[in-house]
Design a protein around this ligand. Structure first.
Ligand SMILES: [Zn+2]
Length: 486
């Protein structure tokens, strides 16, 4: 299914409270970059659409004149101090994006995504919870009043959708269902605040709830929505229920989130969907990955397909191109090893990929066209081409950045896998991009299983491969801090 994806560079400049504020527009950029990769690989069909600003009468559907004036003319609202007309303009664009989604649905679109939409805390007369303009409530009203369509809003952001609810609570022709963590901001959304006559539902979850509880709650949404008989479903897909999120305490995973979205899609296979991102405060990995996982599920991808796409690794790879998140000091080209691969100990190789061995060039593995001297390969660079037939390969793509970007369980599994094969007498290659940091990290872990100390392992790798192996200090500190393996 084609995805209509509303996006523009100015979305990425959203930063209402500065650099240390949880809300960062770069999460949209990361999602877009990965979606573009998936499109280039033929995984999804995407139609990119530039948003428009809102029309005054659209804002007036949900906001008072004074408030609209205060934000748009004075550049002021409660989400920042002083006047920030640039942020006001971006907030208006988020709203306009969702209103454009309404028109696109009227024009026949099946799945429209406006990630910065679903600003579900915004109220008639004031902003709240990083939300300036109440786009979902306005879109619901527009669908109902202008086009006679019944809209069901499913809000799976970890916070109660209090703004959307308060703006729609007097309407009997619009449906809102919020699944959120109990007892956190904004403090509302108790079960007894539901009002079935007006199709308002609240389904709070206890802190620590995970994928299963989410799915059960979504099942309740499905049953209520089947009764309501919507024409359009709008999902406020906040990613802040993810286990990593700093602002809340639920335990959703990316694949659990995808399953929740798929449950709705399977219950309403013929309906049109609008998906927006609402909250999500791990901008450099899980927030974009959560969103993309749900979008892929809505576009018809299976769990297995989504898992195999390694979305989190892709986000991290995209992010690692940002200088400020990049831990190592890059070395100059003449310090890089001349050899593509180096034998560290008999049968144990460490190396990188050739330039034409990456997906950017999409060529077959020319480097190895005359046969491969390895039996088993560990690949740590997500853009490296897969190994040809007959070579065992274990892949875990991760950014050459901080240790916090790496799943340690996976990391040690890689070393265990490589060590076991090496001990069987197989020729093993551990490879990353240039063959220095990521491959150095895993190679050192393999050597440490062969009773090398961290210091001796690092020295051996530097003696054999290059003196600048493991110039990423974060990796060296990690290796030296490890307990000795017995
Ligand atoms: Zn939230």
């Amino acid at each position: 299914m084609k995805i209509d994806y509303i996006d523009t560079n100015s979305y990425y400049d959203w930063q209402p409270g500065g650099e240390n504020h949880p809300t960062q527009g770069r999460r949209y950029k990361h999602a877009t970059r990965v979606l573009q990769q998936l499109e280039n690989e033929g995984v999804v069909e995407v139609n990119y659409v530039t948003p428009r600003g809102p029309f005054l009468e659209e804002l007036e559907l949900v906001h008072s004149d004074e408030y609209i004036q205060q934000v748009l003319s004075d550049g002021e609202c409660d989400e920042w101090s002083g006047s920030k007309p640039d942020q006001s303009a971006i907030a208006a664009m988020f709203f306009g994006g969702t209103m454009l989604a309404v028109e696109m649905v009227q024009g026949g679109a099946q799945l429209v995504v406006n990630l910065p939409g679903a600003k579900h805390h915004a109220m008639r007369t004031h902003s709240s919870g990083f939300c300036v303009f109440a786009d979902f409530a306005a879109a619901g009203i527009r669908f109902a009043d202008t086009y006679g369509k019944r809209v069901a809003i499913l809000d799976i952001d970890v916070h109660h959708g209090d703004g959307t609810e308060s703006l729609l609570k007097d309407r009997t022709d619009l449906f809102s269902f919020s699944i959120h963590e109990k007892g956190i901001f904004p403090g509302t959304g108790k079960v007894d605040e539901s009002n079935k006559t007006n199709w308002i539902f609240n389904r709070p979850l206890k802190s620590g709830s995970g994928d299963l509880e989410l799915q059960n709650a979504v099942q309740d949404f499905v049953e209520a929505a089947l009764e309501f008989k919507p024409d359009v479903i709008m999902i406020a897909g906040g990613a802040d229920g993810h286990y990593s999120d700093p602002l809340a305490n639920l335990e959703y995973t990316e694949i659990g989130f995808a399953r929740a979205a798929r449950l709705v899609k399977e219950a309403f296979p013929d309906l049109t969907f609008i998906f927006s991102g609402a909250g999500g405060y791990t901008p450099d990995d899980f927030t974009p990955a959560m969103w993309l996982s749900a979008i892929l599920a809505l576009a018809g991808k299976s769990d297995e397909e989504i898992i195999n796409l390694e979305i989190v690794e892709r986000v991290r790879t995209v992010v690692s191109k940002r200088g400020d998140l990049y831990a190592p000091q890059w070395v100059s080209a003449d310090q890089e090893p001349k050899e593509l691969h180096t034998e560290i100990l008999p049968g144990l190789f460490m190396g990188g990929t050739a330039d034409d061995d990456t997906i950017e060039y999409a060529k077959p593995l020319s480097t190895f066209e005359h046969g491969i001297p390895f039996d088993a390969v560990v690949t740590l660079y997500s853009w490296a081409q897969p190994m040809p037939w007959g070579i065992e390969e274990l892949r875990y793509g991760f950014a050459d950045a901080k240790m916090s970007h790496i799943d340690e369980v996976r990391l040690h599994r890689l070393a265990e896998w490589a060590y076991a094969r090496w001990q069987e007498g197989k020729k093993v290659l551990i490879r990353c991009q240039a063959g220095m940091n990521r491959s150095g990290l895993v190679s050192a872990l393999v050597l440490m299983r062969a009773d090398y100390s961290a210091e001796d392992a690092i020295k051996l790798l530097r003696d054999k491969r290059s003196e600048v192996v493991l110039f990423n200090d974060a990796y060296v500190d990690y290796l030296i801090g490890l307990e000795p393996k017995n």
